[in-house]
Design a protein around this ligand. Structure first.
Ligand SMILES: CC(C)(COP(=O)(O)OP(=O)(O)OC[C@H]1O[C@@H](n2cnc3c(N)ncnc32)[C@H](O)[C@@H]1OP(=O)(O)O)[C@@H](O)C(=O)NCCC(=O)NCCS
Length: 371
């Protein structure tokens, strides 16, 4: 059975920074309160020409670069997003086109902030089953578009950004070794975006009632999160016969420092074992774990042989974890010229669009002639 190694990782965040002081000019809040209750100092906000797909594609290209893999060699793309580009087409399809992954099937999954963990787990299972060899997993968000900037309970928490992993099949032991995924739909109303779907399609009434914004019962979500983080971690470790003290680094969903501290207490691990960067990005939902992973690599906090746990929770309610073993760089082929492939992919995409227009015109002429 092949192992599912994480061979590439990348991130893309908007340039625009919104600090707690900026927020204190928009709602009745202050830097001290936000830092004490959440640990967040600032977050990134997408510009008008950025979206979940553009950020996701940026992160994907960085991950392919690290993996030294051509987009055309991907056979599957899974995108997790709480703020997808549309209901359909899938954000994964848009990213597939943008990066030129011409041989990949692409689809989205929705499990709110746990989405990235679930997507990596599905990618790993697809590789272990032999169905896929090279899989791209992306977590991409522009939650700033769904935040009510007059609601101080929620607007202080979220930020925009994207992160991505490349997973590849390899016979050498390592990579994602075990995973757990859980849901409790009875708590769905604790964190939701009520309108815009088939139950409450967009209407004047839904817009006037602010139903296109994130709604959250912060206290209940907090209690749920502190319960499940340590539990999911232990459950995953048990599957491979490991104990919390065997972990070199935990990369948790970056929602709130107090939630991460509760997880550390539950696992009896020091905070030094946890990667925390939410102070600079806030809660980027599905993007938070891969963004934290990229920065963990940049800071030398993941080394060959390390055992790493990724654990998350979110709306749904959903929660899950995975345990991965880093083996260090796997043997790579000759250096891929990404710029050249991207250029060819863009030309191919434009030609396909032109072809579809020509085909439509010819088809119309044929039908008219037949009449
Ligand atoms: C949202 C959260 C930070 C609020 O912290 P809290 O300690 O529960 O704060 P409370 O909601 O009890 O509010 C305490 C007081 O601060 C006030 N307050 C709320 N937001 C505030 C803000 N941004 N600035 C200043 N005061 C604020 C409240 O109105 C309340 O005042 P009151 O006591 O006079 O009624 C916290 O509940 C949390 O992090 N929950 C989890 C959210 C989350 O992670 N969501 C994403 C999941 S993926």
């Amino acid at each position: 059975m092949p192992y599912a190694h994480i061979t590439g990782w990348g991130m893309a965040v908007p340039e625009q920074v919104r600090t707690n002081d900026d927020l204190s000019k928009m709602v009745e809040t202050n830097d001290e309160w936000i830092r004490a209750r959440t640990g967040i100092r600032e977050r990134r906000i997408a510009s008008e020409d950025e979206s979940s797909a553009t950020l996701g594609a940026g992160a994907a290209l960085c991950a392919l670069e690290v993996a030294n893999l051509r987009a055309a060699d991907l056979d599957l793309i899974i995108v997790a997003s709480s703020s997808p580009e549309h209901i359909f087409p899938a954000t994964a399809s848009i990213i597939q086109d943008r990066i030129g992954a011409i041989n990949a099937g692409a689809f989205d999954i929705l499990a709110a902030c746990t989405g990235f963990i679930f997507a990596v787990n599905m990618a790993a299972q697809s590789i272990r089953s032999g169905a896929s060899k090279n899989v791209l997993v992306v977590g991409a968000e522009t939650l700033s578009r769904f935040v009510d900037w007059t609601d101080r309970n929620t607007c202080i928490l979220f930020g925009d950004g994207a992160g991505a992993f490349v997973l590849q099949a390899n016979e050498e032991r390592g990579g994602v070794l075990a995973e757990v995924m859980h849901s409790d739909g009875s708590g769905g109303d604790l964190l939701s975006l009520p309108a815009g779907g088939s139950k409450l399609p967009a209407s004047l009434a839904t817009v006037q009632s602010d139903l296109h914004f994130i709604k959250m019962d912060g206290k209940s979500v907090f209690r749920f999160a502190t319960r499940v983080m340590a539990r999911a971690t232990k459950e995953t470790l048990e599957k491979v016969g490991l104990e919390p003290e065997d972990i070199d680094l935990v990369i948790p969903h970056q929602a709130n420092t107090r939630i991460i501290e509760a997880a550390a207490r539950g696992l009896k691990l020091p905070m030094e074992k946890f990667m925390v960067n939410l102070d600079r990005y806030g809660n980027t939902s599905t993007a938070s774990v891969p963004i934290a992973t990229v920065e963990a690599f940049q800071n030398g906090r993941i080394n060959p042989g390390d055992t790493v746990v990724m654990v998350g929770f979110g709306g749904g309610l959903t929660w899950g974890a995975l345990v991965a073993e880093w083996t260090g760089p796997l043997p790579s082929e000759r250096k891929v010229r990404h710029g050249w492939f991207l250029f060819l992919a863009r030309i191919r995409s434009v030609l396909l669009r032109i072809l579809r227009i020509v085909e439509g015109l010819l088809w119309g002429r044929y039908r008219r002639k037949k009449k």
